[in-house]
Design a protein. Structure first.
Length: 417
């Protein structure tokens, strides 16, 4: 299905920056462990503090993104991420790289990433007709998982050959290429109207969360999304410590453990629209949502050597296949139920809530791993994930129209496409 040249350039921008990000997968934890000799708690703190501070910094960015042309926002945030990331290899070569600098770079890139995601999501809703959103989101999802499959193994090999900052340099370059692709998009842009001279208020900052809270399906999707994402991401630095530190896996094997399973995400993304056509959005979302909550418990059985590596690959492959089916439906439903003039603020609020939850859980799991060990903490996350499908939307709320702000927004702009 053709979605137009504008979507093609937006997709290209997403693809090149995503490939850069996954090429540098684990670069900061690797630098913290192998160059700065940081502890498991320090690695978790780096992840958690970066997420939390970036999320707080991003709060006022929602209204800012909403009232500005989205292509300009995407270019500006790409350039900000380039400048932040390129400072890491410069500092490393000069011998002045520090834990504090990694934290600052994580904050800048995190906040800019939230703004870019809000702008690109709002622009996608403007660019692609509603009936084609699932196809568009499936293409983004498939690209994400292919880059996940290719990036970490290649990045691990590059780190082994050329040192730990080469992938950070590549990631920085990817943001420049992304900005160039966005600038190639032609046609009109989109920005929410704002009264001349109007000042940012607390109501502006809270509008995204207020909308999510009053739309029943979005509220449940949000709660499920932030809890599942938080519990899964909280184990990422612990897996790095477990596999790289305790089990002494070489970087290329560590990359392989997360790269190969990502092919399942591509399969899931390609199947998502077909499954929806056959079984309906709600049924496919619920089944894949339940399955993605079951498989992470398999990480409780990870051990050293080849058997442990194979365990990670199998568990992650099953999990990611389910995520590849679930995520495009989730992203499409979120856009369908959000009016265009609320899209940037809703997406910003969603990202901020997700990052803050991930930060809190990552920090908590870092403390837990210090007390009981990384493997026991990873197991605890898998057990808690079993309850998360209870947060998914119920059938009666899925079919019933929203209320409050959601309904008012739809009346103001018309029914979602």
């Amino acid at each position: 299905m053709r979605l137009g040249s504008g979507f093609g350039w937006l997709w290209t921008a997403y693809a090149v920056s995503t490939y850069g990000t996954w090429l540098a997968f684990g670069a900061f934890p690797l630098l913290a462990v192998q160059v700065l000799h940081s502890s498991a708690f320090a690695v978790s703190l780096l992840e958690a503090a970066g997420l939390a501070v970036a999320a707080v910094v991003a709060v006022p960015l929602g209204p800012w993104v909403a009232h500005r042309p989205k292509r300009q926002v995407m270019v500006a945030t790409d350039l900000a991420r380039f400048l932040a990331m390129v400072s890491v290899p410069v500092a490393y070569l000069l011998g002045v790289l520090s834990y504090g600098q990694l934290l600052v770079v994580a904050v800048v890139c995190g906040a800019a990433g939230i703004a870019f995601g809000a702008a690109s999501g709002a622009y996608l809703k403007h660019l692609v007709p509603g009936e084609r959103l699932l196809v568009a989101n499936a293409r983004f999802e498939g690209t994400s998982w292919v880059s996940t499959a290719v990036g970490p193994p290649l990045g691990g090999a590059l780190v082994g050959l050329l040192g730990p900052v080469v992938t950070v340099t590549a990631d920085a370059s990817s943001y420049l290429l992304s900005a160039l692709a966005v600038r190639r998009i032609r046609g009109d842009d989109v920005a929410a109207a704002r009264a001349p001279g109007a000042r940012l208020t607390g109501v502006d900052l809270a509008r995204g969360w207020r909308f999510i809270g009053q739309e029943r399906v979005l509220r449940r999707l949000f709660l499920n999304s932030v809890v599942v994402g938080g519990l899964i991401m909280a184990t990422a630095p612990l897996l790095a410590v477990l596999l790289l530190g305790d089990y002494h896996l070489p970087p290329w094997q560590y990359g392989l453990a997360f790269g190969v399973p990502a092919l399942g995400g591509l399969v899931g993304a390609r199947l998502s629209a077909r499954l929806v056509r056959r079984h309906g959005r709600y049924r496919v979302m619920i089944v894949s949502g339940w399955l993605r909550a079951v498989f992470p418990l398999g990480l409780a059985f990870v051990g050293p050597g080849v058997p442990g590596l194979l365990t990670v690959i199998v568990v992650e492959a099953l999990l990611i296949t389910c995520m590849g089916v679930f995520n495009p439906i989730h992203a499409t439903e979120r856009l369908r139920r959000t009016p265009p003039d609320h899209a940037a603020q809703v997406l910003t609020a969603w990202s901020v809530g997700s990052r803050l939850t991930q930060a809190a859980l990552t920090l908590l799991w870092g403390v837990l791993a210090t007390v009981v060990g990384p493997l026991a903490a990873i197991t605890a996350s898998g057990v808690l994930l079993l309850a998360t499908p209870l947060l998914l939307p119920r059938p009666e709320t899925w079919r019933r129209p929203g209320s409050g702000v959601a309904s008012e927004g739809r009346r103001a702009v018309g029914a979602p496409r």
